[in-house]
Design a protein around this ligand. Structure first.
Ligand SMILES: Cc1ncc(COP(=O)(O)O)c(C=O)c1O
Length: 449
């Protein structure tokens, strides 16, 4: 018997071959009938993971793109899909990262495990520069990014809480709630999980939910500027949200990962600009989209001291417990990069990146508007949300991939409220964005108007 590789995948599970097999030469390629077929373990599958319908949205997009490429090997695909940054990290910030790495090679500069909550100096800088001192440094928890923080927050709250999400929304809120056991089963008739309150956000309500129709839940996940709709909630809307949470004794998990894209000075860049938010909100944030740190990995969470559970105990203490147990601190190199981001020069470089991506967003907006589509977002966010009324968004996704070789994201991937819409990401290089606009014009000229 022989083995093909270090891991063998079968019906969705990964099986590690026995040690002797690991030592075997990988030169030998087994015939199909030689492939190891293990018997099942006695371990039951996690029921909550069983509830999840498909793979996570973004890998699924990649799978479809690769399937198209396999059939059309010469295709020049442009991605306006997954919201990954493409511009290089600017020089001052990059130097911060490089200096952080170089220090590790010197006896004086070396550091091992750091504080799980992050370097004191970085927490202070986040507090003083990004929150103008309105948040104390010890309320800031530095992390390896917002996605991981959302998952750790779910651990803090456990399985006995109810949640509300904007519909459509960034899929991580729903998927981590399902994994945590906060929901019932998926109801395919309505494309929703039982037990989650889906707060419809569409053009008819200015992409802000009608809170008078939303039931009370323990947690409310809210993202502004929004992924995927590109809507940035106004001060008045966020005030309504904070009052709603206060009235219901709920906690808002506010995702501000796209805050630096806000152009309009009247639009809050943090939930903590709203009176009373310190008693009802947590904020997650990230350097990913600020500074091209999607691969570097650096984010933070603000948990105010005033935020307490029903028994009066501080949420901050429980989050600290999770962070110190399940996490070992953000990479020291990344944190040096974060410090450079917050220097004056770093902040200027960030503004340059934001301006560049918003330039792309403007171009995509203009193209789709001139083609006659209803277009939203793209002014205070790097996402453009385009209406294709009466059409299935996966069909539109396929059409654009096949006829224009442009990858987008179907709105339905963000929840049932996203059906009939498509998300375009402005995180592409300028030339790709221009070429994508050309191809979209060729595909849709005279179609929507
Ligand atoms: C709304 C939102 N929050 C969080 C994240 C993840 O951020 P990070 O890279 O810090 O994990 C994303 C990434 O696309 C996002 O769109």
């Amino acid at each position: 018997m022989a083995f093909i590789s270090l891991t063998t995948t079968f019906v969705g599970a990964t099986v590690r071959p026995r040690k002797s097999a690991l030592c075997r030469s990988t030169k030998h390629r087994p015939a199909p009938d030689e492939i190891f077929t293990p018997s099942a373990s006695a371990v039951p599958r996690n029921k909550n993971l069983e509830k999840l319908q498909a793979g996570y949205l973004f890998p699924e997009i990649g799978r479809r793109r690769n399937a198209y490429l396999a059939k059309n090997p010469g295709a020049k695909i442009i991605s306006l899909g997954v919201g990954d940054t493409t511009m290089p990290i600017p020089p001052h910030i990059c130097k911060g990262l490089a200096d952080g790495a170089s220090k590790l090679g010197t006896p004086d500069g070396y550091s091992g495990y750091g504080a799980e909550q992050g370097m004191g100096i970085l927490r202070e800088k986040i507090s003083s520069i990004l929150y103008k001192g309105s948040i104390a440094p010890d309320e800031v928890f530095v992390s390896d990014g917002a996605k991981c923080d959302i998952s750790r927050l779910q651990q803090v709250f456990g399985s006995n809480v109810s949640i509300a999400v904007q519909d459509p929304s960034y899929p991580v809120y729903v998927d981590t709630a399902v994994m945590q056991g906060q929901t019932g089963l998926y109801d395919s008739a309505v494309s929703q999980f039982e037990g989650i309150a889906y707060m419809r956000c569409d053009a008819s309500n200015g992409f802000f939910p009608d809170l008078s129709t939303v039931p009370r839940t323990d947690l409310i996940f809210f993202c502004s500027p929004n992924n995927p709709t590109g809507a940035a909630a106004t001060r008045e809307q966020l005030t309504q949200l904070v009052r709603f949470a206060k009235k219901n004794g709920s906690i808002i998990v506010f995702d501000a990962a796209y805050a630096p894209f806000i152009n309009d000075p009247a639009v809050p860049t943090s939930i903590f600009e709203i009176d009373g938010a310190r008693e009802v909100a947590i904020e997650v944030n990230s350097f990913s989209k600020y500074a091209g740190f999607t691969g570097v990995r650096l984010g933070w969470v603000v948990v105010p001291n005033e935020l307490v559970f029903a028994d009066g105990s501080p949420v901050r203490a429980d989050f600290n417990r999770i962070m110190t147990t399940c996490f070992n601190g953000a990479s020291n190199i990344s944190q040096h990069g974060g410090l450079a981001c917050l220097d004056e020069q770093g902040r200027e470089e960030i503004q340059g990146l934001i301006k560049y991506y918003l330039g792309n967003a403007g171009m995509l907006r203009k193209t789709m508007t001139e083609l006659g589509f209803d277009v939203y977002g793209g002014t205070d966010a790097p996402y453009i949300w385009v209406g294709f009324p009466g059409k299935k968004s996966w069909e539109v996704f396929n059409e654009i991939l096949e006829k224009a070789q442009v990858v987008t994201i179907p709105g339905a991937g963000f929840g049932p409220g996203g059906e009939g819409y498509l998300r375009l990401s402005a995180f592409a290089p300028r030339a790709s964005c221009e070429e994508a606009c050309k191809r979209l014009r060729a595909l849709y000229a005279g179609v929507a108007a």
